[in-house]
Design a protein around this ligand. Structure first.
Ligand code: F6P
Ligand code: FE2
Length: 194
């Protein structure tokens, strides 16, 4: 529009309906990349065999991993279930545990599942226009509870935070979100222990 120099700033497009970008590629996680994450292992194997659906995709914008930088992008979790458990991201703690993250919901209906290392659980509902502040120390996972729409969020977190999947990969989160009588319900994860 103007004749200006843009050497250090960045301008990126994220589509409000799809969450995708015309100028950047996403990292994609098909169901097969989530072995051990869903409670119903038989349903997991059957769903992978039946076509291995894309569960979620998100952007890594490649910002420097320094504390003065801010990593950002959109995250898109597609609707679906594995057994009766809703599609979700793997979830992670931050390697620098005491770093927070913000998610702003652009589309869909979801939950942000959060859990501290001591096992305290918090859940916030995500609908378009709502922002969730995930405090430092809390692991976080996005869950899509809509039967038809993708859950699209825009996230931002400190560049040095890092991703720690340690206990999430071995025992998951303390609570699972499953469909009961057509509605989401919070239930105990039988694999979880303190
Ligand atoms: O680390 P996970 O659970 O695979 O999910 C990745 C998600 O987390 C983020 O790293 C943000 O914390 C996003 O890039 C993406 O939505
Ligand atoms: Fe994070």
């Amino acid at each position: 529009m103007f004749d200006v120099i843009n050497a250090k700033s960045t301008l990126v497009d994220f589509d409000l309906h799809t969450g995708l970008s015309k100028s950047r590629e996403t990292l994609r996680r098909p169901l097969s990349a989530m072995k051990g994450m869903y409670c119903d292992e038989q349903a997991f194997e059957a769903t992978v065999k039946a076509g291995d659906p894309l569960v979620y995709e998100f952007f890594d914008m490649g910002v420097p991993d320094s504390s003065g930088d801010v990593a950002y992008g959109t995250s898109i979790t597609y609707p679906g279930k594995v057994g009766d458990e809703y599609h979700m991201t793997k979830g992670h703690f931050h390697t620098v545990l005491d770093t927070a993250e913000v998610y702003y919901c652009l589309r869909g209906h979801g939950l942000m599942m959060m859990e501290s290392p001591e096992g305290e659980v918090e859940v916030q509902e995500l609908t378009p226009g709502k922002a969730v502040y995930v405090p430092g120390r809390y692991a976080h996972r996005s869950i899509n509870i809509s039967a038809k729409e993708p859950l699209i969020t825009f996230f931002a977190f400190p560049g040095h935070a890092g991703h720690d999947y340690g206990s999430i990969e071995t025992q998951g989160f303390r609570k699972l979100v499953v469909e009961r009588d057509g509605k989401p319900a919070l239930v105990d994860n039988p694999r979880w222990s303190k």
